[in-house]
Design a protein around this ligand. Sequence first.
Ligand code: 2RA
Length: 340
Amino acid sequence: MGYRVVVAGATGNVGREMLNILAERQFPADEVVALASRKSIGTEVSYGDRTLKTQDLEQFDFTGYDIALFAIGSDATKTYAPRAAKAGCVVIDNSSLYRYDPLVPLIVPEVNPDAIEGYAKKNIIANPNCSTAQMVVALKPLHDRAKIKRVVVSTYQSVSGSGKDAIDELWNQTKGLYVPGQEVEPKVYPKQIAFNVIPHIDVFLEDGSTKEEWKMVAETKKIIDTSIKVTATAVRVPVFVGHGEAINIEFEEFLDEDEARDILRESPGIMVVDKREDGGYVTPIECVGEFATFVSRIRQDSTIENGLSLWCVSDNLRKGAALNAVQIAELLGNRMLKKG
Ligand code: 2RA
């Protein structure tokens, strides 16, 4: 016997990836239902070699369903997650709504799988922000060996992190720059994204940081260790899919770059590609459609006592969203909601 699974937000970038990944990883589902908002009802979406017609999220009765993967944004989640949870269906939510709620586990399965034990307090599990998910996969095994004191991270985030309209904006703006009269004004972003980079993701906070940067700080603490200090600069770049991160780490103990490389090679979810030669590293384009978080450019930072720097890239729609959510569903199935 398999699970009865719901994907809410099935017509969005992340919802579609959730369906792809459920099929690719052969998640043991007896039934998969695709839900969407009223304006998208009836839209066809792929689930492996099958096609599903989306149903109305507003009218849907979650009773009898085991797991719901949500990719509908915080506002809609506020209405529908408690409804699903109350009906006995465990919600795995990709929005930021529940991430900082002490009664809701925030999980990256390679990093803090045991946190799943707390899922029943609200019947909701939170999926981290894309930029945090890939970073903590790389940090955790190093923290276990040499205890991280401080992280300085700069992100290079692709436009798919802002949704479909942003992908169109980059595409049309890029084309428009070559065709007189077809220039496209910025709409999704505050400045031109084509051939540019924008040091601003999500809203500004009082201290001058942005919410995206704050998320990396707060989520790393919740997922790995509250003692880790993080300072982040989040930047949008004209890349369609795949987030890059330049990460500088200060440890309590000395950690040699070769040992760090060996540790990362052995760690779950990580692929080390680190040759000190032209092209001996991974770029966003090469990580699209992959499950792994790729780590390259591992090197000692001799400007501080126990420092290392590295480069990390991952498919933000996969490890940064849909894959992590499906991995949580797998973990939930294996540990808590056993069937058959
Ligand atoms: C981004 N934080 O803007 C996002 C997606 N989760 O890339």
